[in-house]
Design a binder for this molecule. Structure first.
Ligand SMILES: [Zn+2]
Ligand SMILES: [Zn+2]
Length: 326
């Protein structure tokens, strides 16, 4: 019985330590993987297709220019396939571009979206698991620091009764934060000297509370970004496409010939037409198997294919365009 109890007591912290080490390691690998692959040697360039033989509908930047090319940065006039965007920070064209992430120093595309969403949703999870054993201690220390701060004449003088304390640090929300941090400063003087190592939680430390606060803010930020990115994807759009939809500019789609093979008159090029699509309409179908079906830390079928894989155009658009002809 005694043996089992000691087993339980020592096994749980060990399992917790292994779990936390594994999760933090996973976050580090996700971060490194997402930050890498920014150079041109990781960005595929495909030869432009022959538009006369093309049978896939696709977006065109300009109704008069049937294919788009990029002369910016290191692209040197390369063909810009559909859903490609030139990132001015990375100086390359990205296939399936979503957005450039300054925290990663790299673009996020649909090919790296799975890892990006894992990172965004694992940050708050790791924070919650990491903070949970210390949360009640940190909370009671913060309450103590807040109470001490409210009662301290010097802090009342320099902070609580200062009218600008309502404005200077994030307005009314930041007022109690600074007040509490000043309370830690007062508590520092009454701290009992300890051996130091491993004693950070026993007595109130401003450093520990700041680290916990920054981690909380970053977790909320990551969660918010994760939810908004996922919401766009569930609507079938990348972040860039969501922004373009808000820009209220019409899009142009090149529709190849209908039943061109059966036609006896004219070439495919003669029967091709460019249609205008309202900004809110999704141009392409989001391929979830391509986005979610690939194993983690691998290139998507899109990135690794030697031949360009055309995105599937929203069938509603083609349907509407063909119905207009009838
Ligand atoms: Zn480019
Ligand atoms: Zn970029």
């Amino acid at each position: 019985m005694w043996y089992c109890m000691t087993c339980e007591i020592s096994t749980l912290p060990a399992l917790y330590a292994v779990l936390m080490t594994g999760l933090i390691g996973f976050l580090v690998v996700l971060y490194i993987w997402l930050s890498m692959r920014k150079g041109t040697r990781f960005v595929r360039h495909y030869p432009p297709p022959d538009i006369n033989l093309l049978d896939k509908p696709y977006e065109s930047a300009d109704p008069n220019e049937l294919l788009s090319f990029c002369n910016k940065g290191q692209c040197n006039g390369a063909w810009k396939p559909p859903r490609t965007h030139h990132c001015s920070t990375c100086n390359v064209c990205r296939l399936d571009f979503d957005h450039h992430c300054p925290w990663l120093g790299n673009c996020v595309s649909l090919g790296s979206m799975k890892e990006f969403l894992y990172l965004l949703f694992f940050v708050p999870l790791v924070f919650l698991l990491g903070i949970s054993p210390a949360a009640s201690i940190l909370y009671s220390q913060a309450r103590l620091a807040y109470g001490v701060s409210m009662a301290d004449p010097w802090i009342n003088d320099v902070w609580w009764s200062w009218y600008a304390s309502w404005i200077v640090f994030c307005g009314p929300l930041g007022r109690p934060v600074i007040g509490t941090l000043l309370g830690y400063r007062v508590l520092k003087d009454s701290r009992v000297p300890s051996s130091g190592y491993g004693q950070m939680l026993e007595q109130p430390h401003m450093r520990v509370s700041i680290v916990a606060l920054v981690a909380l803010i970053m977790s909320i930020f990551a969660m918010g970004l994760g939810v908004s990115t996922l919401r766009n994807l569930l609507r079938g759009r990348t972040t860039l496409e969501t922004l373009k939809a808000r820009a209220y500019r019409n899009k142009f789609v090149v529709i190849p010939a209908v039943n061109a093979a059966d036609s006896e008159t004219g070439s495919i090029a003669d029967m091709r037409k460019v249609i205008t699509v309202p900004p809110q309409e999704n141009l392409y179908i989001l391929d979830w198997t391509k986005l979610w079906g690939k194993p983690l830390f691998t290139c998507s079928a899109y990135d690794s294919s030697s031949e360009y894989l055309w995105p599937t155009v929203n069938p509603n658009i083609i349907h509407q365009a063909r119905n207009k002809d009838k």
